[in-house]
Design a protein around this ligand. Structure first.
Ligand code: SF4
Length: 185
């Protein structure tokens, strides 16, 4: 039976994506709905999650990233550290501080954790990010505020207490991340 047939049988409409076999499985876009539920193609382990067009696939993947960071047992370093780094990068992108550098980091972590983790949880923990990046990339790109590197640490926000204590709020008391803009102006 195809994925499309299952969706028709259960009355699903406006389907954006189907997650097969849980968070560590595979995320299908509409173009793949003619694939078959079968051991040779899409083994489901009984899990079949449907997301309609109102859903944001970046937030779906971010939720899975939090799940894996929580579930990692901590026995091996690639998974213990990797799942936390992935979760932090997804949170950084969600706060509009992400950049293409972070997207590359996600792909690098995916390769590292797949090859070096001790068990299947670490091996598959980046699957939701890998699939949604490849199939729903605009959901990520519309959150990227810059095409360059963006630091995870907001130095200007960290200086706010010092500004308060000294009673200063002029331009020189702020950290300018893009001094070249000032020169152009
Ligand atoms: S890969 Fe497996 S053994 Fe290693 S930390 Fe993750 S859950 Fe534990």
């Amino acid at each position: 039976m195809t994925v499309r047939q299952v969706l028709a049988d259960c009355g699903a409409t406006d389907t954006l994506a189907v997650q097969i076999s849980g968070p560590s499985g595979i995320c299908l876009a509409e173009a793949e709905f003619d694939r078959k539920i079968a051991f040779e193609d899409l083994p489901t382990a009984g899990a079949f999650m449907i997301f309609d067009e109102t859903r944001d696939m970046f937030e779906v993947a971010r939720n899975f990233a939090h799940f894996f960071a929580h579930e990692s047992c901590g026995f091996c370093t690639p998974c213990r550290v990797g799942t936390t780094l992935v979760r932090n990068i997804m949170d950084k992108i969600a706060k509009n501080h992400g950049s293409p550098y972070d997207i590359n980091e996600l792909f690098k972590l995916h390769r590292l954790m797949q090859g070096a983790s001790h068990c299947g949880l670490g091996n598959s923990a980046c699957n939701p990010m890998f699939d949604t990046l490849n199939k729903f990339r605009p959901a990520y790109e519309r959150r990227l505020m810059s095409l360059n590197y963006e630091p995870a640490f907001d130095l200007d926000a960290a200086l706010s207490q010092a500004r308060q204590m000294t009673g200063r709020d002029d331009a020189a008391a702020h950290f300018d991340e893009h001094p070249e803009n000032e020169a152009e102006a």
